[in-house]
Design a protein around this ligand. Structure first.
Ligand code: NAP
Length: 260
């Protein structure tokens, strides 16, 4: 907790020096921007993702003088989540977990088969839950830690032709609140960020559809698609002492979409 009345505590409440943050799926898009943002705020960063995919982000963080490690993990492999989670927490103190890895599957729901449904749930929800459990356990024991999950506007809305994604992201919002209730009294804050329509690989199909792209843009008060970097500040905030009294919240970063 920051003591604003103490002149001795001159650190910014957003300062993450001395903290270690693990970010999943940090090789591109929002995960990459969040990992770089956390490093800029002073955190040591662990990039957790598929082999080889984190290298460019690792180099970018080194270029700005940050301390960074890479850990290989496919978050949909629950045995690997258990093994890698135990290795991670056994070798260092992880103060912040950012659950960013996620996939989307756009198709008509009448055609959605079991495997396609399962794939999205395994990455977006099951891997996320067991990583929360694995990395959250020592936070709870220590009485200190932050978890930030990347949810979605589809944690509140249904979307079009994305049933598995909407179900998984509603579940992420529910899980965020459930963990906040259970772990808040033990000093661990669990929050989420709901990005709006951001120009990343996740939304390429929407931006390539001229009609859909126009109708989305017309509803965004900011008058533009979001960038991955637009999410980084919110992630730094929720990872930092500035958010010590914020718990169970899903912070919308959407250029005003939800206000319409
Ligand atoms: P993206 O560019 O497609 O990035 C997805 C990231 O997730 C990649 O780094 C990818 O790694 C990683 N990932 C996927 N499956 C994985 C697995 N099994 N194990 C480990 N990592 C895996 O999309 P993005 O927009 O940055 O998405 C990041 C998060 O934001 C997702 O949770 C997404 O649902 C959420 N989100 C995005 C938007 C948006 O408008 N873009 C809006 C709301 C929420 P690889 O490079 O190895 O594939």
């Amino acid at each position: 907790m920051i003591d604003a009345s103490s002149p001795a505590d001159a650190r910014s409440p957003f300062d993450l020096h001395g903290r270690c943050a693990a970010v999943t799926g940090a090789g591109r898009g929002i995960g990459r921007a969040v990992a770089v943002g956390l490093a800029r705020a002073g955190a040591d960063v662990v990039l957790v993702g598929r082999p080889g995919a984190q290298d460019a982000t690792r180099d970018a963080i080194r270029d700005i003088g940050g301390r960074v490690d890479v850990v290989d993990l496919d978050v949909s492999d629950l045995d690997a989540v258990e093994r890698v989670g135990a290795e991670l927490t056994g070798s260092r103190q992880v103060d912040v977990l950012v659950n960013n890895a996620g996939i989307i599957d756009r198709q008509d729901t009448v055609d959605l088969d079991r495997e396609a449904w399962q794939r999205v749930l395994d990455v977006n929800l099951n891997g996320l839950f067991f990583l929360c459990q694995q990395l959250g356990r020592p936070m709870v024991e220590r009485g200190h830690g932050k978890i930030v999950s990347i949810a979605s506007l589809l944690s509140f809305q249904g979307g079009l032709r994305v049933a598995s994604y909407a179900a998984s992201k509603h579940a992420v919002a529910g899980l965020t609140k459930a963990l906040a209730n259970e772990w808040g009294p033990r000093g661990v804050q669990v929050n989420a960020i709901a990005p709006g329509y951001m120009a990343t690989d996740n939304t390429t199909a929407l931006r390539e559809d001229a009609d859909r792209s126009r109708s989305i843009l017309e509803r965004i008060p900011a008058g533009r698609w979001g960038s991955a970097e637009d999410v980084a500040g919110a992630a730094v905030f929720l990872s930092s002492p500035a958010a010590d009294y914020v718990n169970g919240h899903v912070l919308v970063v959407d250029g005003g979409w939800m206000a319409r």
